[in-house]
Design a binder for this molecule. Structure first.
Ligand code: ZN
Length: 250
């Protein structure tokens, strides 16, 4: 029997839904794995540069290399988990519909301003809800479950904050949008990461390090919030998430 992460009831595996994290519609389809260990090795070795010298078209060599050697099919139908019962997955699906509106307009504050407050609350709840399903967080007991279960509850005063950035060249190594999930430990607490084709989200149980510029997800309730593009030179939590997966893979 498996315990649903939202309602807490026990179900046989066959009664659980197969939910996508992030949602299927926001880029979670046909996931390839970026082999970062192999990539690091190739750049440290002379293998790649020798091939570029041998062939005249360096760009073609690199494109071919990324496509055929550094990526492998990982989740052809997208990344899914069985952490919610069917009813709860359907229930959270309503929040995901609101998030899709946010995603489709790139979180543009000028457009989000025109959304009803309930829609903006649903957007926030959609993102909190996705963290229930990530494999790294299955042992974590989150205090926002009741907030998600009660569609009418507007405010959340627990310990978990969500910050986000928009993807750009600084977040996507070689233009590859890696949507893996991670857990990072700091002396202040833990940080989970989840991302989609456009945004990278970090859920954490301590105040964000001030050196990492990110937008608090609750800021979307205010008109005139700003979206942070990329992670800047220090790489933010996202670089540490990539590094932690690199070392896990070694
Ligand atoms: Zn449930």
């Amino acid at each position: 029997m498996i315990q649903c992460r939202l309602c807490g009831k026990l179900f046989p595996l066959s009664e659980m839904s197969e939910e996508h994290y992030p949602a299927h519609s926001v880029g979670n389809d046909d996931i390839v794995a970026l082999d970062i260990v192999k990539m690091a090795d190739s750049f440290l070795s002379s293998e790649l540069s020798e091939r570029i010298i041998e062939e005249t078209d360096a760009k073609a060599v690199l494109d071919d290399y990324f496509e055929n050697e550094l990526t492998k099919p990982l989740f052809p139908k997208g990344r899914t988990a069985r952490t919610l019962c069917r009813d709860c997955n359907t229930f959270l699906g309503k929040y995901d519909e609101a998030y899709l509106k946010f995603f489709n307009c790139n979180g543009d504050p000028k457009i989000i301003r025109g959304f009803q407050k309930t829609t903006r609350i649903q957007i926030i709840k959609s993102i909190y809800g996705k963290f229930l399903s990530i494999p790294e967080a299955q042992e974590e007991s989150f205090d926002f479950v009741d907030y998600l279960k009660d569609a009418k509850q507007l405010s959340y005063s627990g310990i978990w904050s969500i910050y986000f950035v928009q993807r750009d060249y600084s977040t996507d190594l070689f233009g590859l949008k890696d949507i893996g999930t991670s857990k990072m430990r700091f002396k202040e607490g833990v940080v989970y990461e989840l991302s989609d084709d456009k945004f990278i989200f970090n859920l954490m149980n301590f105040p964000k390090h001030s050196c990492f510029e990110m937008t608090n997800i609750f800021d979307i309730l205010n008109n005139g919030y700003t979206i942070v593009n990329g992670v800047g030179a220090n790489g933010g939590y996202h670089a540490q998430a990539l590094m932690s997966r690199l070392f896990d893979g070694m």
